[in-house]
Design a protein around this ligand. Structure first.
Ligand SMILES: [Zn+2]
Length: 253
């Protein structure tokens, strides 16, 4: 079985001591590619370095929405342009109204997210999108700006909200927490397999709340999707892997 973990935070300090062992366990579970997302510029630089050491790592660069700062966003845009050839995605970017409560902070988040959506079109890079408590707003912005290559990660909205994104050809990456989240189980039951991918979102969203999560657990997401859809693990694994290749490009090695 080949597994593509499409969203992980490998720069997180909880992996400082044992990243190599974590990646070895991932390989043991069948993971052959990991999109390593960034929350800021220092993560982005580190992910590029990691991708030189570990060939399974596909680096992505973005600004997490808890960082709504125009200057940092412009620096990130310039850095992504400069390093375009070595990057696999723009992420993690998006909106988070659970973090931003004040209207002016929400507007700033939306402006910055819009910049990254436009950059994705300019550079033809996929967007790896965060949308906590903001599913509808995020999808509205993506559709209004004509986004084409989109991954909605750990989507926490309803299927009714997700439908416009499904119709637009966007993908949904399902984390291992689907094993314990009723909202995610409901979403998986309703979404077509043709728009699903898997992720770990390491070190969070693991199968056990509060325990460090790691890329090997992407397999649990596949097994849970198979159970919920009444399909074999093999069929789901192949389909979500192929979907990931459709989003990230054919020559992903
Ligand atoms: Zn994340």
């Amino acid at each position: 079985m080949k597994i593509f973990d499409t969203h992980a935070h490998l720069c997180d300090s909880s992996f400082d001591e044992d990243l190599e062992e974590v990646l070895n366990r991932a390989v043991g579970a069948g993971v052959c590619k990991i999109v390593a997302v960034s929350e800021d510029l220092s993560d982005a630089r580190r992910n590029l370095q990691l991708s030189e050491i570990y060939s399974m790592i596909r680096p992505a660069a973005g600004l997490y929405p808890d960082n709504p700062d125009q200057t940092q966003a412009q620096e990130m845009v310039a850095w992504i342009r400069k390093n375009r050839a070595r990057l696999w995605a723009i992420g993690e970017v998006g909106l988070d109204f659970w973090i931003a409560k004040a209207p002016e902070d929400r507007e700033l988040q939306a402006n910055i997210f819009s910049m990254f959506v436009d950059l994705s079109l300019e550079l033809d890079l996929p967007l790896n999108v965060h949308s906590r408590s903001t599913g509808r707003h995020v999808i509205d912005i993506l559709l209004a700006r004509g986004a084409r290559r989109v991954q909605l990660h750990a989507f926490d909205g309803k299927f009714g909200t997700a439908l416009a994104a499904v119709e637009a050809g966007f993908f949904f990456s399902i984390p291992p927490s689907v094993a314990r989240s009723r909202q995610k189980q409901k979403l998986v039951r309703n979404l077509p397999l043709s728009c699903m991918m898997v992720e770990s979102d390491s070190p969070v969203l693991g199968p056990e709340a509060g325990e460090r999560n790691e890329p090997a657990n992407s397999r649990i997401a596949i097994e849970t999707i198979a159970y919920l859809k009444g399909e074999t693990v093999q069929i789901v694994a192949e389909e979500v892997y192929n979907n990931s290749c459709r989003l990230y490009g054919k020559d992903i090695g």
